[in-house]
Design a protein around this ligand. Structure first.
Ligand code: CTP
Ligand code: MG
Length: 263
């Protein structure tokens, strides 16, 4: 199935506190997080896991950061011959995805993809902050889309006990969720493009605002779609804090960032 990948890289990285937007942060091998993320997409293509049509990258509105990330994208496009389009993002992640969807529609429509612009076209929405997703995860997501599902998420089991709390000031536990029923959801999340566009339009009109949508599957759930789950991978972790960055650099140093899935 022809697949376009939408990488959201427009966040500021406030929790990482690296002094530059997160996608521009350089890992210990000298490559930025965005480069690693782009490389993982092309690795999935080269492994035969996805039939890659194009990549859209949503970048921050700030001109300096945008230029730096565009330079990364242009170098990647020149090296791999993959079509890469950049587009400015918005204040919340969901705003950035919505901005990216318009670019993806143009890319997909011009593709001569099966059925033309209104045929089924796979869209993978992916965080730039997840640099090490193995090809098998991309493959599992697209395989689920090919079987006819409109939404699919890769997920891993939760190791902590998750409790709900309430109260201003000191919090109190209000309940404990049954861990066997919980999953931590990663990206890339896969969608039928037309269905996700409609779901995001619906979510935009609804209450809660863009900040309430912490992933794209939520928009599909709210629109009444079934969301399939496939097996994620520990290497699909998101770099959010300095501790995550240390883990990423340790993986690169030990050479396990690309083959942990075989362990
Ligand atoms: N993202 C985006 N546009 C936003 C916010 C987030 O494109 N307005 C992207 C980030 O670039 C990242 C992904 O969404 O690749 C996941 O978001 P998160 O890990 O929260 O990144 P940041 O928002 O940059 O980090 P923080 O929340 O710590 O500021
Ligand atoms: Mg954020």
């Amino acid at each position: 199935m022809r697949t376009t990948v939408l990488i959201v890289a427009a966040g500021s990285g406030s929790r990482l506190q690296a002094g530059v937007p997160k996608a521009l942060v350089t890992l210990s091998d000298g490559h930025t997080m965005l480069e690693h993320c782009l490389d993982s997409v092309v690795a999935a293509r080269d492994a035969g896991a996805i039939d890659l049509h194009a990549i859209a990258v949503v970048v921050p509105g700030d001109p300096d950061t945008a230029t730096s990330l565009e330079t990364v994208c242009h170098a990647f496009a020149a090296r791999t011959a993959v079509t890469v389009q950049t587009v400015p993002g918005g204040a919340e992640r969901a705003d950035s995805v919505r901005a990216g969807l318009a670019a993806v529609r143009t890319l997909a429509g011009s593709a001569g993809s099966a059925g033309g612009p209104f045929g089924r076209h796979a869209l993978l929405v992916h965080d730039a902050a997840r640099p090490f997703v193995p090809p098998a995860v991309f493959g599992a997501v697209v395989t689920a889309l090919e079987s006819g599902t409109a939404a699919v998420v890769p997920a891993v089991e939760v190791v902590d006990t998750i409790k709900t709390v309430a109260g201003a000031g000191p919090e109190e536990v209000t309940g404990t969720l049954q861990r066997t029923q919980l999953r931590a959801v990663q990206t890339p999340q896969g969608f039928d493009l037309t269905s996700l566009e409609a779901a995001h339009r619906l979510a935009e009109e609804g209450a809660g605002g863009a900040a309430a949508l912490t992933d794209d599957a939520m928009a599909m759930e709210a629109a009444g779609h079934r969301v399939s789950v496939v097996t994620g991978d520990p290497l699909g972790f998101k770099i959010t804090t300095q501790l995550d960055l240390m883990l990423a650099n340790a993986l690169l140093a030990s050479g396990t960032s690309t083959n942990l899935e075989h362990h």
